[in-house]
Design a binder for this molecule. Structure first.
Ligand code: TRP
Length: 328
């Protein structure tokens, strides 16, 4: 094994095709790393503390999405954060040594408080301020050294490294390795309207979309507005369908580009071909998901089993932490 990987996602709803490459990366990592993939429902609570029932449903959806995309509980430890209380204990202990300004200066903090404030949600809470603290605990509680995350998470990771360093320095013992971000080339998948893919814009294609829905959604995609008739010359560089062809139909994308520029393929045909390609990618995931969804008890057992494995790893590390802090 090449190292210990830890990563997590907040259970905010079904995953979409923009998450596919992140999951593919996780699936690769589980082959040669010790992996912890955690559904971080406490992190979801930092902003959705008043929508706790929804989080429960979302956990189930997230587990289904992860497993159907190829995460394997025989290779990775997959669990729900709140089932491993050691995360909370480490969060508490690390909070004792973390200077408040480290949290206050986190670039996303004030921004998000303002952003959500405008939408009528007050998240100026102690818990939300501590979001990066909790994330640091998630990572350090397994002594994870390799953290696959998106660029947006780099400040949080830097924070986790600083906390690890401070702990090791204060207690004069090298307990925590400094976790490193593992950035992979995650292609940006635009939403079907060309904007950022997002739930709130309702412009997403979920991992569990049916064949019919894929046809419908590809039909709605924005193409070159200058193309009115099929034989008008196209400009793929301004077309969202073309971006998708590059991502989901790489073998034919050059040919499609040529034909589009010559007016030899129309948008309707181009979209129909894309729907087929998306279906080729999502079909197997959807089938696996449907099969798993029929066995909710097995999913629950799998998560409980994952939590047991996670607790075993985390509790050994917490013993060590308590010892250096003279706690019993
Ligand atoms: N903050 C991460 C996100 O929003 C989720 C997360 C929580 C996480 N704990 C983590 C990611 C630990 C990596 C490691 O995407």
């Amino acid at each position: 094994m090449k190292g210990t990987v830890m990563s997590g996602m907040r259970p905010t709803g079904k995953l979409h095709i923009g998450h596919l490459s992140v999951l593919e990366n996780w699936v690769r990592l589980q082959e040669d790393h010790r992996c912890f993939f955690i559904i971080v429902n406490w992190h979801a609570l930092t902003t959705a503390f008043d929508e706790t029932e929804i989080i429960v449903e979302n956990i189930q959806d997230m587990a289904l999405d992860w497993l159907s995309a190829g995460l394997d509980p025989a290779k990775s430890t997959i669990c729900v954060q709140s089932q491993v209380k050691e995360h909370a204990e480490l969060h508490l202990l690390l909070s004792m040594i973390t200077p408040l300004p480290w949290l206050e200066r986190c670039p996303t903090y004030k921004e998000q408080v303002q952003e959500l404030g405008k939408a009528g949600k007050d998240i100026s809470t102690y818990g939300f301020l501590g979001y990066p603290m909790l994330m640091a605990a998630d990572i350090l509680v397994y002594k994870a050294d390799t953290i696959p995350v998106g660029r947006d998470q780099l400040p949080h990771l830097e924070f986790a490294r600083e906390v690890a360093r401070r702990f090791n320095y204060l207690y004069d013992k090298n307990v925590f390795p400094e976790p490193q971000a593992l950035l992979s080339n995650v292609p940006v998948v635009p939403g079907i309207d060309g904007r950022k893919m997002s739930k709130s814009y309702n412009n997403y294609i979920s991992l569990s979309e049916s064949t019919e829905e894929l046809k419908k959604k590809t039909k709605m995609m924005i193409t070159d507005p200058a193309r009115i008739r099929k034989d008008d010359l196209g400009h793929p560089e301004v077309c969202t369908v073309f971006v998708y062809q590059g991502l989901f139909n790489p073998e034919e994308v050059d040919e499609i580009e040529q034909k589009c520029r010559q007016g030899a393929i129309g948008c309707v045909a181009c979209k129909a071909r894309l729907a087929e390609c998306l279906d080729d990618v999502l079909g197997p995931i959807r089938e696996k998901r449907e099969e798993l969804a029929r066995r909710p008890d097995d999913i629950r057992d799998m998560l409980e089993d994952g939590a047991r494995k996670a607790r075993a790893a985390a509790s050994a590390i917490m013993e060590e932490v308590r010892e250096v802090m003279n706690l019993c």
